[in-house]
Unconditional design. Structure first.
Length: 427
């Protein structure tokens, strides 16, 4: 091991390495693949529903089943991350969910497909809480907004590429089964890469020098006391974190699971058009995520308080989302509808900033747990919203009530954001 690593307090004579950003590049790739695997079923569902003769309600149950185990294991997964470190959990989980994605290719009906989704949900559960833990370990307070969105922006990009890639594979291979198998095997390979790259402590990484360690641990002069982790997370903040994330996830997972069907059924898109539209819509989400993170960190560096930035940006995004859902039923042109949904996703993924909150609000040894609790709230929405959407569609035969439900969720998301007690510190 390099001597400068063993003595992190030593004066660095070389330029700081940038291993921390390579770490987050791998996390970004894991999230992209995560969402490709997760959304593959949504893209293929119209085809699978015809093959297995699935009702809208049964489709909703299968789409929801992923979140049953995903939500159940969020809090235990967060505790395991705090105890054993994010590297083991991330790499092992990636290999496991690649296996379940591959097994879905051999489903013979709705029940067997549902079982593979339960396995996929269980295996994917640790990813985002582990990412929040890496944010606390590898990044200084001044960089955590960017770290959060570099991780979470992989979600809309994965959904975007998932639509294109899975649609292409289904058409090229003339089989949704072979498309699922190819996606699963690629995921297993990425899990092996994650094990080689990730570390639970920057000081143990052979390519991190003393200058980078100093940058990771840097706190502006005069703010060191304020930068210390709180002894516990405030109950008000935890309630706001859960409420805001739950409402946000209702919209996000509603669009992930039923968005392709909305484009096919309400807007008349074929499989190729649906894949292209999904790509455009979720690419706008990735753009919004990155915009939010870099803008937030820039405002922090100029002296804006965290309360002002988080409440201002997240609150504004929620109002914008509400407005787009109210306007969407009035747009008759399919291209205009895709454009408006792209605006929706741009503002929705400002919510990626939520992943910078566990390191800010929780003690360092509880960041994984608090991230798991926050993601449990979001995952509970993932359980409810596909089933609820299916029931609404079966009862009304149209998407209008679904869109209005999402509009209300946007207002609840704003309320939860305002409830959080952000630290007064500008760190």
């Amino acid at each position: 091991m390099d001597a400068t690593i063993a003595r992190p307090g030593a004066l660095a004579t070389a330029a700081a390495t940038r291993v921390r950003w390579r770490i987050f590049a791998v996390v970004f790739a894991l999230v992209v693949i995560n969402l490709i695997d997760r959304t593959a079923l949504s893209i293929a569902m119209p085809t699978i529903a015809r093959e297995f003769d699935l009702s809208p309600t049964m489709q909703g149950v299968i789409l929801s089943s992923f979140f049953w185990t995903y939500a159940l294991l969020q809090v235990p997964g967060g505790w395991l991350i705090d105890r054993y470190g994010p590297r083991r959990l991330m790499a092992g989980a990636t290999i496991a969910w690649g296996l379940f994605q591959s097994l879905a290719a051999f489903a013979t009906g709705g029940l067997s497909l549902l079982l593979t989704r339960l396995g996929l949900g269980a295996a994917e559960a640790p990813l985002f809480p582990a990412g929040a833990k890496l944010n606390a370990i590898w990044l200084s307070p001044q960089e955590r907004g960017r770290g959060a969105v570099l991780m979470d922006s992989g979600s809309p990009l994965g959904a975007a590429f998932g639509g294109v890639i899975i649609s292409f594979l289904i058409l090229a291979l003339d089989s949704w089964r072979l498309a699922f198998l190819a996606a699963g095997l690629g995921t297993i390979a990425l899990g092996a890469l994650a094990w080689r790259t990730l570390r639970d402590d920057p000081a143990t990484h052979p390519q991190v020098n003393a200058a980078e360690l100093a940058a990771i641990r840097a706190v502006p002069d005069g703010q060191r006391d304020a930068a210390e982790a709180p002894p516990r997370i405030a109950a008000r903040s935890l309630a706001g974190l859960m409420l805001g994330r739950m409402a946000w996830a209702m919209i996000n997972f509603g669009l992930l699971t039923w968005g392709p069907s909305y484009l096919a059924q309400a807007r008349g898109f074929d499989l190729k058009q649906m894949g292209s539209a999904t790509f455009v819509i979720f690419l706008a989400g990735m753009t919004g995520s990155l915009f939010a993170g870099f803008t937030a960190d820039a405002l922090f560096s100029r002296g804006w308080s965290r309360a002002t930035v988080y409440r201002g940006m997240l609150g504004f995004s929620g109002i914008a989302i509400f407005a787009t859902f109210v306007a969407l039923p009035q747009v008759a042109n399919p291209v205009g509808a895709v454009a408006l949904l792209s605006v929706t996703l741009f503002f929705l993924y400002w919510g990626s900033l939520y992943w910078s909150l566990p390191p800010l609000l929780a003690p360092k040894d509880k960041v994984g747990l608090v991230g798991g609790i926050m993601n449990f709230a979001g995952s509970a929405s993932g359980i409810a919203v596909p089933i609820l959407t299916g029931l609404i569609l079966q009862a009304t035969g149209a998407y209008l009530a679904v869109l209005m439900f999402f509009a209300v969720c946007a207002l609840v998301y704003v309320a939860g954001t305002m409830l959080i007690a952000y630290p007064a510190s500008r760190v």
